[in-house]
Ligand binder design. Structure first.
Ligand code: MLT
Ligand code: ZN
Length: 476
């Protein structure tokens, strides 16, 4: 248990927050103390389920007074340990704040409580003839508050941007016990610092996001998907360039033959092509009419003539669109039982082939005995590297080895001016390497910001920020 959390402080929390549901039931502590990472044992002291903004405010004010560490918790689908409570913290679950509060068809915004599930926002938009574009495999359980706190990305960033780009306003409770509302759904607002954006990707370290106003878009045009097989990364990038120049792409994703192996095996999917290919692409594009399909076919043939494609198929109806996406969207879950050591690296798009080449050599050098599965949102430079734990290796040994791999991977990422987290966040797992991609001066400023919003240091302690100095590139 955390030193500041004991029966007396929990009782103080309960009496200061009338009606607050608080539990210390072992099963709930276990389920709510962990996200989708598997490298820590959950050990919170309690889980609380506030039902209103006022209750959150009371909770935060008391926690700040008593020094009780709080770990915000959404759908717990995170992959960096950002929602892990392993040190006796109190988990703040938003499971009871799931209301859609308002819809404005003129502004084209929806205002929701933090615990609303991503898929529910998508569905609400659809029912109102609009579209919420953030989409990823865990959208059926992830919550909007968590999406904002990690700046969730997904498969359509190429067209619509990240969660950050959808946030028209947020309401937060800061560590000073204040309820603040940022930007209020405005399109234009030039009145100084945009504090809303400090909370996007803050990983729950500045305060608790309690409500959000999200932008909705025009409904998407009918789409088609190309599933392509390619020989090399160079060819893949040429195909990307060609498709991007002639089609309105909404997504451009890739995966390797090993990723295909696992997703096929787990979901009993057929081989997409007669002859296996080293790399596969899923490209989705607007295709409202026959002329668009003809354009896509012409582009496909031009790529084939250039020798960049080994095989390919185009969807003929919406059912096939869904079936093709299963090859990409099912990968993460198909390897989750190993468990994998996961990474969500990014580099500038132009540097992707070089980066992957150098990463492959690095992996061969440091862990030739481990299976590596690559996939990701290559159209925006975000690559998921998953190293699978062999069945005969202990989890603790695997973790120690992963640590070594991280050291070298992140040194290379730094050398190539990339990021060690494109969309999953720094959390606990990548925290020791934040200084690979953020300078000492930046980290000092980030700490200063945290101090302003969270003077008692109660929010998500141990996540994101740490106490080391910048490792300069030359020492990498
Ligand atoms: C994905 O792109 O599939 C998700 O980010 C999850 C993952 O990285 O495994
Ligand atoms: Zn991803």
């Amino acid at each position: 248990m955390d030193d500041n959390v004991n029966t007396a402080t929990l009782a103080a929390l309960e009496s200061a927050c009338p009606g607050l549901r608080l539990t210390t039931e072992a099963a709930v502590l276990e389920s709510h103390g962990l996200d989708w990472t598997r490298f820590r044992k959950p050990a919170p002291s309690a889980v609380v389920f506030p039902e209103s903004v006022e209750q959150v405010r009371q909770l935060v004010a008391t926690a700040a007074e008593q020094g009780i560490p709080l770990v915000p918790s959404g759908g717990r689908t995170g992959l960096s340990g950002g929602a892990v409570a392993a040190q006796g913290e109190v988990v703040v679950s938003f499971d009871r704040m799931r209301q859609i509060l308002g819809f404005d068809p003129v502004d084209r915004t929806v205002t929701v409580q933090a615990g609303v599930v991503t898929a529910a926002v998508q569905e609400f938009a659809r029912q109102n003839g609009l579209y919420y574009p953030v989409s990823f495999a865990s959208e059926g359980s992830s919550q909007i508050g968590g999406n904002i706190a990690t700046n969730a990305g997904g498969i359509r960033v190429l067209r619509y941007g990240l969660t950050r780009d959808q946030v028209a306003g947020i309401k937060v409770v800061t560590g000073r016990g204040e309820i603040l509302e940022f930007n209020c759904g405005l399109v234009k607002n030039a009145s100084g610092y945009d504090l809303r954006h400090l909370f996007v990707a803050s990983e729950g370290t500045l305060g608790l996001i309690v409500e959000a106003t999200l932008k909705l878009r025009d409904p998407p045009l009918p789409a088609k998907v190309l599933l392509l097989g390619v020989e090399s990364m160079d060819a893949l990038m040429k195909v990307f360039d060609a498709l991007r120049s002639s089609l309105d792409l909404t997504a451009f994703e890739f995966f390797t033959d090993r990723a295909l192996h696992h997703v096929r095996h787990a979901n009993k999917l057929p081989e997409p092509f007669e002859t296996p290919c080293p790399l596969y692409v899923i490209a989705e594009f607007d295709c409202p009419g026959e002329a668009d399909e003809e354009k896509a076919m012409a582009c496909f043939e031009a790529c084939a003539d250039e020798g960049w494609l080994l095989d390919g198929v185009i969807s003929q109806n919406d059912r096939q669109v869904k079936e093709m996406w299963r090859y990409r969207e099912g990968i993460s879950e198909s390897i989750s039982h190993f468990p994998p050591y996961k990474n969500d690296l990014s580099v500038r798009i132009s540097r992707v082939p070089d980066f992957l080449d150098r990463m492959d050599s690095l992996i061969l050098e440091i862990c030739p005995d481990y299976e590596v599965v690559w996939y990701g949102h290559i159209g925006d430079g975000n690559l998921h590297m998953n190293i699978l734990k062999p069945a005969d290796v202990e989890l603790s040994d695997f973790e120690a080895r992963s640590h070594e791999i991280s050291d070298k991977t992140y040194a290379l990422t730094q050398e190539m001016d990339g990021s060690i987290s494109a969309e999953h966040g720094i959390g606990l797992l990548k925290q020791p390497w934040l200084n690979r991609v953020r300078s000492e001066a930046e980290i000092t400023l980030m700490r200063g910001v945290k101090q302003v919003f969270d003077p008692a240091g109660i929010f998500n302690p141990g996540k994101l920020l740490q106490d080391t100095k910048r490792i300069e590139k030359s020492t990498a």
